[in-house]
Design a binder for this molecule. Structure first.
Ligand SMILES: NC(=O)c1ccc[n+]([C@@H]2O[C@H](COP(=O)([O-])OP(=O)(O)OC[C@H]3O[C@@H](n4cnc5c(N)ncnc54)[C@H](O)[C@@H]3O)[C@@H](O)[C@H]2O)c1
Length: 307
């Protein structure tokens, strides 16, 4: 069986691809390397295609002989999506539309789509779950919601099994290029700089370790049904609690923290309820924050050493 992973050179793709290969899949990656890079895949035994999901010619080559698509390629930068919504729309919505039309033309109907929880739901009383009415507050959340809509329609109209998995805040090895809080904090710790926290640090997030998330994606591939499922840790963690865990992980190195005024528009408390994914997929995110952070820090240190 052959799987195409779009955006496979990015943070999540670089963690998922070796697992797919180990599970016996023939893996093909399509990535334009705007954020990820083929080097992130290390000793990759599959096929790499340098190309854009918006380019029908690249899609034609990438989809040849494929049984299932894991669609990770996206413009994932939330703040930049506010400054340039047209680019975000073009990559995320037009790109996904072209991918799904190219799949339809070839009779490929199995799709696992990377979606997002917090950015789609917006400011709501946690835990966030699949039955909530979406209210995205940034263009990125709106474009991801639009793609969920395409998945639903291509299921209803063209017989796709298109599963949208709503990821929480993912952290782990191979995230050096990410703007997410764990990656940003570890970069600053590695450089001996103080951490910058906006607000009092009591804002709450759902941090899911990338191995747990990839396990959920693998289960999603086998599920072969349509719909929406939330993948997170299900555990609320404040930024101050995160920093306390990081202190243990990087000891004896000392972490300084600078608290700045809160940013307007930032969601104060969000985490997710993963009970639907547990029931549907047998999803069981069981990596402790301490263990996940230790593995992430170990990788950041090798990255710093240039390995
Ligand atoms: N990391 C998280 O915490 C998180 C949370 C929620 C949802 N997601 C979703 O998961 C998916 C993967 O995220 P990630 O963290 O690995 O991001 P990433 O930016 O590391 O990876 C995205 C990859 O897509 C590629 N890409 C971007 N535009 C492309 C295009 N037009 N054509 C081909 N390739 C293109 C990039 O080069 C990159 O390698 C995304 O869809 C993202 O929206 C991630």
């Amino acid at each position: 069986m052959r799987v195409l992973v779009t955006g496979g050179c990015g943070f999540i793709g670089a963690n998922l691809v070796p697992r797919l290969t180990a599970a016996g899949w023939q893996v093909r990656v399509l990535d334009n390397e705007i954020m990820g890079h083929r080097d992130h895949l290390g000793d990759f035994a599959g096929e790499f295609i340098a190309g854009d999901i918006r380019d029908p010619a690249a899609l034609d080559v990438a989809l040849d002989g494929v049984d299932v698509v894991v669609h990770l390629a996206a413009d994932t930068r939330v703040i930049e999506s506010i400054a340039d919504p047209a680019f975000n729309f073009d990559v995320n919505v037009v790109g996904s539309f072209r991918l799904m039309e190219a799949m339809r033309a070839r009779g490929i109907r199995r799709l696992v789509n990377a979606s997002t929880g917090g950015a789609i739901i917006g400011d709501a009383t946690p835990p966030v779950h699949e039955a909530m009415v979406p209210n995205p507050i940034a263009p990125y959340g709106a474009t991801k919601l639009a793609v969920e809509g395409l998945c639903s329609a291509w299921s209803g109209s063209y017989g796709f099994s298109a599963l949208s998995l709503r990821f929480a805040n993912v952290y782990g090895p191979r995230s050096f290029h990410k703007g997410s809080v764990v990656a940003a904090f570890f970069r600053r710790i590695a450089d001996g700089l103080p951490l910058i926290v906006h607000g009092d640090g009591e804002q709450v997030r759902d941090f899911v370790f990338v191995d747990d998330l990839c396990d959920g994606i693998m289960r999603g591939i086998d599920y072969e049904r349509s719909g929406v499922l939330q993948l997170g840790s299900g555990v609320p963690v404040s930024v101050n609690a995160l920093i306390a865990e990081m202190r243990s992980v990087v000891a004896p190195q000392v972490i300084e923290v600078e608290y700045l005024p809160a940013r307007t528009g930032e969601i104060e408390r969000t985490w997710c309820d993963v009970s639907r994914a547990r029931a549907a997929l047998g999803y069981a995110p069981d990596t402790s924050l301490a263990s996940g952070l230790a593995q992430t820090w170990a990788w950041f240190q090798t990255r710093r050493a240039g390995n």
